[in-house]
Design a protein around this ligand. Structure first.
Ligand code: PRX
Length: 637
């Protein structure tokens, strides 16, 4: 058996041989002729000359050996629906959806925007796009009209697939009015909107534009739609993520490289075996949902459990903090993937719930998306008695950058560390200002990757190569390296520790948000002169957004009733624009914001004050009383 060190070394020193071997894990229609074209850094083109299809690899190729086995297990504790689709059934549903999209005019290369709750139709839609070579752009269902509109504008979809409503903890969230408003706000208009009607909220259909999935499904119930053979480098999807500016970036992914990367990760990291069940509690609106609810498990021939609902509510809609464990027992889940924030929610439940079910099928729990704190890791590790595998990655990477590849070689995890660099990732730590590589243990630096980035990694920013290069690859003077925008240290054993973002991205309950987007929304309120939003540590959610507002009318500062009213309005505005996820936990009013003499907002100093830490070097600060005001406001509660 190879050691992980050798495995890793080969991936970096002999990438062609390494990835040629991994590429055997998927089906190719045409074999590739060049493993990696890195002629024009930082653009890496994987498996040139090869043709394949993601839907073929996720669905069709399993029909031979496991046609009647479960492929998609759908469970909603919001609607009480529980349904299993075999590979044969999934194959049929995906073809119906593919035929419906084609009937609406969708062809290869067209964008299809998917704005959907966690329902099986969302999975059909993603796979159907992959099948016919359309580019899917899934937008998280928790986002509101403003966020959705900017994504419609950027993706210019021919068709949008949506539904009447989502549901959270029994509360119906109508999607259709949000979608209509977003389409109204966007200068780009889709030709058609395909709607799944769950019967949760009445819909007003727009004549000539809106179509019901039930109608089209019936029309195309027996249609056969072959897979479109895609070039390995053809785009499979884009997914929007936040960064330093208010404008979300469309992270663009290829086809062949992504399929290989996922197949390899299922084998070497997640130990996912065909015929078994994988349960990721994420949402299709996030990268984890793309990689490890839909494509990864299905490519591996596993059944994937797609779950809609809270971790604390049962199928009978009654409180049930053991629902996930009940599902692990029932469907014999072998690998589970969640986020630390969900575990922190479960930690508040009766610990006996972990002992109530037979969890012997489970081999590991994978957690990602935010730092895994030691008390949470210990609690779940003792409760489940299986390895808890932290994994660090990003929307941009598509699969883990740092973790432990136990199937390759068993290695101990260390509390607080997601692990060591994964094969294919040439991870380095660089000094923040000099850009020099840090080689000594425990030095703090920026986590970067040297190109070429491995298969599955983002190809570019959708429609904006310059933004891709300038945002990610030009942060260190004189060196072309990919910046993760995360601080990190590496200990003497080579384990990394992630210490938070270097930019203005915050992480609320495992969801990545840009503070600039929230600031832009708040500045739109007529009563707001200036605003700063920072992420503040929170024991349950990891971080929450906190807003400091300079009101146009200074009387707000002295009038608590007016301040309360304005706070409510600001929160509502963010709710309507971006979604409740982005809503600041508090809006505090101040007469000025702390800035440098050149007018740059001192966000990190504000954050430090909110968290009761030392505000650091303030020699460039213009007026120290601004920070004192923030301190006073925070202390006043
Ligand atoms: O700051 C890091 C944090 O989440 C960011 C990426 O978020 P997103 O694009 O939503 O992708 C999530 C994919 C799992 C990172 O830049 N992050 C992610 N995983 C971890 C983490 N921070 C610490 N530990 C992790 N395991």
């Amino acid at each position: 058996m190879t050691s992980y060190a050798d495995f890793y070394r080969q991936s970096i020193n002999e990438p062609d041989a390494f990835w040629t071997e991994q590429a055997k894990l998927i089906d190719w229609q045409q074999p590739f002729t060049r493993v990696c074209n890195y002629d024009k850094p930082p653009f890496a083109h994987w498996f040139e000359g090869g043709t394949t299809n993601l839907c073929h690899n996720a669905v069709d190729r399993h029909l031979k050996d496991r046609a009647d086995q479960a492929a998609l297990i759908y469970v909603s504790t919001e609607t009480g629906v529980e349904k299993t689709y075999s590979f044969t059934e999934l194959h049929a549903e995906v073809q119906r959806m593919a035929a419906s999209l084609q009937a609406l005019g969708v062809t290869k290369g067209d964008r299809v925007l998917i704005y959907m709750p966690m329902i099986a139709e969302a999975a059909f839609a993603m796979l159907a796009c992959a099948r016919i070579g359309a580019i899917h752009c899934v937008v998280f269902g928790g986002f509101a009209s403003g966020s959705l509109a900017s994504r419609i504008e950027d993706a210019t979809p021919k068709v949008i697939v949506s539904a009447d409503a989502g549901s959270r903890g029994g509360k119906i969230v109508p999607y259709k009015p949000l979608l209509d408003e977003a389409i109204r706000l966007s200068s780009h208009k889709p030709e058609a909107v395909l709607l799944a009607d769950r019967g949760l909220s009445p819909m007003q259909l727009v004549a000539g534009r809106d179509q019901l999935w039930s109608d089209l499904r019936a029309k195309h119930v027996n249609d056969k739609v072959p897979c479109e053979w895609m070039k390995s480098t053809d785009i499979s999807y884009t997914i929007y993520t936040s960064g330093t500016t208010g404008k979300p970036k469309g992270v663009q992914r290829d086809t062949g490289g992504y399929a290989v990367a996922l197949a390899a990760s299922m084998k070497h990291i997640f130990d996912g075996r065909a015929g078994e069940t994988y349960f990721s509690t994420s949402d299709i609106g996030w990268v984890v949902g793309h990689s490890y609810i839909i494509y990864g498990p299905l490519i591996a021939g596993m059944a994937t459990l797609m779950y809609e609902g809270l971790p604390t509510r049962g199928l009978d809609k009654e409180p049930d903090g053991g629902i996930w464990w009940r599902l692990v027992e029932k469907y014999k889940v072998t690998a589970m993937f969640s986020a630390p924030t969900a575990v922190r929610v479960l930690k508040k439940q009766d610990p006996a719930l972990l002992k109530k079910y037979d969890l012997s099928s489970l081999r590991a729990l994978f957690l990602a998306g935010e730092p895994l704190d030691e008390p949470t890791a210990r609690w779940i590790s003792e409760g489940l008695q299986v390895p808890i595998i932290d994994n660090y990655w990003q929307t941009e990477s598509g699969w883990p950058i740092l973790t432990i590849a136990n199937p390759v070689e068993k290695k101990a995890s260390k509390f607080g560390s997601p692990g060591i660099p994964m094969y294919g990732y040439n991870v380095k730590l660089l000094h923040e200002s000099t850009g020099e590589e840090l080689t000594q243990p425990n030095e703090k630096g920026v986590v970067v990757l040297e190109g070429p980035t491995p298969p599955g990694f983002m190809q570019t920013v959708w429609k904006d190569d310059a933004r891709f290069v300038n945002t990610y690859w030009k942060t260190v003077p004189g060196k072309m390296v990919y910046s993760t925008f995360d601080w990190g240290i590496r200990d003497k054993d080579g384990y990394y520790f992630i210490l938070g973002r270097t930019d203005d991205v915050i992480n609320v309950a495992g969801h990545r948000l840009g503070t600039r987007e929230i600031e832009e929304s708040i500045s739109g309120h007529a009563g707001v002169a200036e605003v700063a939003v920072v992420g503040v540590a929170d024991t349950l959610k990891g971080q929450v957004a906190m807003a400091f507002v300079v009101p146009k009318d200074a009387s707000v500062l002295a009038n608590s009733a007016e301040a309360l009213k304005l706070e409510g309005e600001v929160m509502k505005r963010v709710d309507q624009d971006l979604g409740a996820l982005a809503r600041p936990s508090r809006v505090r009013f101040v007469s000025m914001l702390p800035k440098t003499r050149s007018g740059k907002l001192l966000r990190r100093a504000i954050q430090a004050v909110c968290e009761g830490r030392d505000a650091g070097d303030l020699t460039t600060m213009d007026d120290p009383s601004a920070l004192q005001q923030i301190r006073d406001r925070v202390e006043a509660g």
